[in-house]
Design a protein around this ligand. Structure first.
Ligand code: ADP
Length: 737
């Protein structure tokens, strides 16, 4: 809701009171005057319509008046300095028209707002001093929170003398409970009564966070309109959220009237930045306490709030340190060889005792292990599915069936759950269960009857009855505390670390297996190719002898057969050579150095003996080939395969030509070798790097291993290889290392 877009609506009732814009109510309470002025010119722009009563100046004459005329030169100077120095305003005591006022100033948007509040009864400074001392002494921190609340209520009653003083504490759903009370004897007690969250709507709670004390001096007051309602220059209503004299929401007035309350004073208890509760004072007739007394009240609640915070932090720290010992013991006892569930089942302290609960469960990889009092396994799995949909890593509720109706069945064991997600998977959880508490709660009126129809006002009104209304708690467990959540958080980190260590262990075990398997495989292929060589040499040698010594005596068919044997055994030798070098490449470690590709290629080409073997082929090597940092032996093999292929697959071209060079691309030196040979079809371009993969027709000799060796060498150097090729026109292989 944008705060500035609209003025106070005509119709507000309890149905829309959560949206009621109480800060722009456009009304003042009757015990003073609200004045808005221009903070530059100090001319009055708007004011509540009771100026005649308090200042003796008619409202008509009052608008446009200069503040100096009203309050005098010096106070205006002080306002001016405060605005200029942004130092904040101090309360100013003034006498106007024989009335004594306290003037409270603040800036709101483009306006300077001044509350002229009747000064009322004042105390002498010694009395004031005594009060502050009694507050400090009365609220020492050694106590428990309930007794601290009792003391605060008593102090408030003693100092301000309202008929009833209550300390009202919010629960996690913003329902309130009266946890301490001091009252006139004849009044019935409201101690322990609960009130639904709707009694104090969220925007009131927000205002309490900002402006900690609020007084309604006369519930039955006649609200004083502020005129004009809209500021003529900006066309916006006045934002009165910080005005002490701001008029009261009619719904809230009706609520107090229904309670027969005549005046109220409310102070916010703010603990660690959150609204913890309220000190609510009720009087059964009109009652006003002035600004200074309200400051004392602010001081009291501040000391009270600080002490609550100290006690809560003490409890938190104690719980956390007790837990941390247990937690460490559990974590130390977990064994890496056990699964997490097995491990948690064996620890001398059960993990369920880390957080007050009656049972727990570990759900990991679809396996479930339950501890203590829990729903049935199938039901725990249902809860797991419910939890898996939640975004929160740590989830808690004291009323599971409210969010997950199926939980009605097992509310005896699992009315409350606290869970966290384990590891990265979405469906691994640790859960703690809390049973339903067999307690009753007394409400101040039936919380389900929030509304009644008010004939006279023609609208839905706040409930009328505040008669004690007792309800048995259904499906509700004890609340999870901040230290429970903190324990869950650190325990989760511990277990995630354990799972990570387990995973690492598993990976290193697999790696070791893999390494062993690889070694075996290398040995095997090395052994095979090595062992095959000598019988092959035998075959080849004897076939050679047959051919040389006996071919004249043999029929032509037998001679041809011998030739076939020789060809096949030569081919097989080629395959064995290639496999041998492939297995060497796969197993070898890199020995990197800087070397010249130019020299390497010269060496390589001379070994190919191009002039004799490929007399028609022209080979062009670019002049300034860059150097390479890599394993020279491997890179030699790489070039050897690429050059060998280029020579082989282009030898039947009309004028075979090879070009070797390099280009710079994205700060990298990319080498290329281009031929004008048979080329490679698009579909085949991916396959050719696989072992034994050959795509050209059989009329070229080869084993299909060369390019797989090339690919391995590139991979070992973290490089990349790719092809541009067109069948019939030639191929270019690009690579970088
Ligand atoms: P091979 O021993 O068969 O040459 P390679 O692994 O070196 O084995 O090459 C695999 C296949 O890729 C070859 O059989 C051939 O079909 C194709 N090939 C490789 N280089 C070229 C090239 N420069 N031009 C055309 N085809 C090529």
């Amino acid at each position: 809701m944008s705060e500035e877009q609209f003025s106070y609506p005509e119709k507000v009732d309890v149905q829309n009171c959560d949206k009621e814009p109480i800060h722009i109510i456009g009304k003042a309470q009757a015990h003073g005057v609200i004045v808005a002025a221009n903070p530059q010119t100090f001319q009055v722009t708007q004011a509540s319509e009771n100026t005649l009563k308090f200042f003796g100046i008619s409202h008509q004459d009052f608008l446009g008046i200069s503040l100096e005329k009203l309050i005098g030169e010096l106070p205006v100077k002080r306002l001016q300095t405060s605005i200029f120095e942004e130092s904040g305003f101090t309360a100013e005591e003034l006498k106007i028209n024989e009335n004594s006022f306290v003037m409270l100033a603040h800036l709101s948007g483009d306006n300077l707002i001044l509350d002229f509040e009747i000064l009322g009864k004042t105390w002498n400074p010694t009395h004031f001093q005594q009060q502050l001392t009694s507050i400090i002494n009365g609220l020492d921190t050694t106590e428990s929170i309930p007794s601290l609340c009792d003391r605060a209520a008593k102090l408030m009653k003693d100092i301000f003398d309202y008929d009833r003083v209550m300390v009202y504490r919010f629960d996690e759903e913003w329902n309130g409970e009266v946890v301490a009370e001091e009252k006139e004897e004849h009044l019935e007690s409201w101690l322990d009564l609960h009130y639904p969250a709707s009694d104090i709507p969220s925007q009131s709670r927000k205002l309490f966070l900002k402006h900690k004390v609020r007084i309604i001096s006369d519930v039955n007051y006649e609200p004083v309109p502020i005129a004009s309602e809209i500021f003529p220059v900006t066309n916006k209503p006045l934002d009165l959220s910080r005005s002490a004299l701001r008029g009261v929401s009619p719904i809230h007035i009706e609520y107090l009237q229904n309670m027969k309350v005549g005046a109220s004073l409310t102070a916010a208890i703010i603990v660690n930045g959150n609204l913890w509760g309220l000190v609510a004072c009720h009087h059964y007739s009109a009652k006003f306490i002035n600004y200074y007394q309200r400051e004392t009240c602010k001081f009291l609640t501040q000391v009270f709030s600080n002490n609550i915070s100290t006690i809560q932090t003490g409890i938190f720290n104690k719980k956390i340190s007790e837990n941390s010992e247990l937690r460490q013991r559990i974590v130390e006892e977990l064994k890496i060889e056990d699964s997490l569930a097995e491990g948690l089942a064996k620890t001398s302290v059960p993990f369920t005792s880390l957080i007050e609960s009656e049972g727990g469960a570990v759900i990991l990889d679809n396996e479930i292990k339950a501890f203590g009092k829990t729903p049935k396994e199938a039901e725990v799995l249902e809860i797991r599915d419910f939890l898996a949909q939640k975004d929160e890593v740590i989830f808690h509720t004291k009323n599971l069936k409210n969010q997950y109706p199926k939980a009605e069945k097992y509310k005896k064991s699992a009315s409350g759950i606290l869970s966290f997600k384990l590891g990265r998977a979405e469906d691994n959880f640790i859960i703690w269960f809390r049973p339903e508490v067999a307690e009753t709660v007394s409400w101040g009126g039936d919380p389900n009857n929030k509304v009644s129809y008010n004939e006279e006002k023609q609208r839905l009104s706040p409930r009328k009855s505040f008669e004690k209304w007792t309800e048995k708690l259904d499906g509700i467990s004890h609340s999870w505390q901040d230290y429970d959540l903190e324990t869950a958080k650190v325990f989760r980190e511990n277990l995630n670390q354990f799972l990570l260590a387990k995973q690492k262990e598993e990976i290193s075990r697999l790696n070791q297996n893999l390494e062993e398997a690889n070694k075996d495989l290398e040995l095997f292929s090395y052994g095979i190719s090595h062992d095959l060589r000598s019988p092959l040499r035998g075959i080849n040698g004897f076939a050679q002898i047959l051919k040389e010594d006996f071919s004249r005596d043999l029929p032509a068919e037998a001679s041809e057969t011998i030739d076939t044997i020789l060809k096949a055994s030569n081919r097989m030798e080629g395959i064995i050579d290639d496999i041998l070098s492939f297995s060497k490449i796969t197993s070898g470690e890199l020995e990197k150095e800087k070397f010249s590709n130019k020299k390497l290629l010269e060496e390589l080409l001379s070994s190919f003996n191009i002039r004799t073997n490929f007399p028609d082929t022209e080979v062009v090597i670019a002049e300034n080939l860059p150097e390479t940092f890599g394993d020279r032996r491997m890179v030699f093999q790489l070039w050897s395969n690429l050059v060998g292929n280029a020579l082989k697959y282009s030898q039947r071209a009309k004028a075979p030509k090879l070009e070797i060079g390099s280009i710079s691309e994205n700060n990298r030196e990319v080498f290329y070798i281009k031929d004008n040979g048979i080329g490679i079809a698009k579909n085949d371009q991916d396959k050719i790097f696989n072992v034994f993969s050959r795509v050209s027709k059989n009329d070229f000799k080869g084993t299909g291993v060369g390019l797989s060796i090339v690919a391995r060498i590139i991979e070992k150097h973290n490089g990349k290889i790719w092809i541009e090729s067109e069948p019939g026109k030639g191929s270019t292989f690009f690579f970088y290392l």
